[in-house]
Design a binder for this molecule. Structure first.
Ligand code: ADE
Length: 343
């Protein structure tokens, strides 16, 4: 199976690398590539999703047809790209990977579509960020496997309809509510990826540690798993940082104690919160009386980008019940006050 990555799609590296950052840069991308599971047997967690997709794949293969278009949504770092690559491998087709910000001009998407082979998967990350022209080109492509292009201007305008091979679009998004309904309606399958349990993350960490030739105890992997915000990308990143620490301290196995010591130094607390999470909660408590407070006000008071707060920090704080969303804004909960030692 060939993995084709549209090079311009790589997100810019962040100003400062944060341990809980879920974005990836080129170097991290290469590391992720080397530890990615290649089959559902190797892929830990997301059982319900794997069950659904296994049936869909089996049925499509029996009918000798490509799979229905699939929309995967959920917080970043949970494995949407990996799922898409595994689907391609199971179907025996190529997977072309791109992201909406790389599809600026109409010719970006048309170039990708006309070069697909029958059955190929086209993976578009951050699909909620497509511009209108590109999105409108996708409608007939998804529905009838045709490219409808307009040539010329004014009176001389003509449309041409070019047949495309049957393909599967896999769209990925962290914000399913931001998709337009015509686009959402064209996906035959819409599936959510859930945060992982600490025990599942511990298994992922043990698998990665083996691939990195690193020795780790079960309790060590669980300690890292508990601090990984339900996210494999973070778990694997924390594992590499703990491995650095253990190597420098001249130990040969990652134990629970060493993992906890290392992550304390990196200021990732036992709940997986880093200083930005704590800043957000602390600001909401001290400046806004615990809320309700709007996203923009939190962003202004913390100096963090509103989109990053909404897409990276908030989902996990909501998941562990440290904040609630109300019609009047976000509020901090009692467990968060307790966690921060405020009551
Ligand atoms: N690495 C990252 N995500 C994984 C998963 N779900 N299973 C196994 N290894 C992984």
């Amino acid at each position: 199976m060939a993995i084709k990555r549209n090079k311009t799609s790589n997100p810019k590296p962040d100003k400062k690398e944060r341990l809980i950052n879920t974005k990836i840069n080129q170097e991290q991308d290469n590391i992720e590539e080397s530890i990615r599971p290649h089959s559902f047997d190797e892929y830990i967690g997301q059982k319900d999703l794997k069950d659904v997709l296994s049936i869909v794949i089996e049925a499509a293969k029996t009918r000798n047809e490509p799979m229905d278009h699939l929309l995967l949504y959920g917080p970043p770092g949970l494995g949407k790209t990996t799922i898409s690559l595994i689907l391609a491998s199971k179907m025996g087709v190529n997977c072309k990977i791109t992201a909406a910000p790389a599809l600026e001009r109409p010719r970006d998407i048309t170039g990708l579509l006309v070069n697909l082979k029958p059955g190929d998967i086209l993976f578009i990350d951050e699909i909620h960020r497509l511009n209108r022209l590109t999105e409108e080109l996708l409608y007939p492509a998804m529905e009838d496997f045709r490219l409808e292009i307009t040539i010329g201007k004014g009176q001389a305008t003509r449309t041409r309809s070019i047949p495309l091979p049957k393909f599967t679009l896999v769209g990925a998004t962290t914000k399913v509510g931001a998709l337009t309904s015509p686009l959402r309606d064209r996906f035959g399958l819409i599936q959510r990826l859930k945060f992982y349990e600490p025990e599942e993350l511990a298994l992922i960490i043990q698998r990665t540690a083996k691939l990195l030739n690193t020795s780790i105890t079960e309790a060590g992997s669980l300690e890292i798993g508990r601090r990984s915000r339900g996210t494999p990308r973070i778990a694997n990143r924390l594992l590499r940082r703990v491995r650095d620490y253990v190597q420098v301290k001249k130990f040969d196995t990652i134990t629970q104690e060493l993992a906890a010591d290392a992550l304390d130094i990196y200021q990732v607390d036992p709940q997986g919160l880093d200083w930005t999470d704590r800043l957000i909660l602390d600001t909401m408590i001290t400046q806004f009386n615990g809320g309700p407070v709007g996203l923009e006000a939190i962003a202004a008071a913390t100096g963090e980008d509103a989109k990053t707060i909404e897409e990276v920090y908030e989902p996990y704080l909501l998941q562990i019940g440290y904040i609630n969303r109300t019609p009047r804004g976000r509020v901090v909960t009692i467990p968060a006050y307790q966690h921060l030692g405020k009551i």
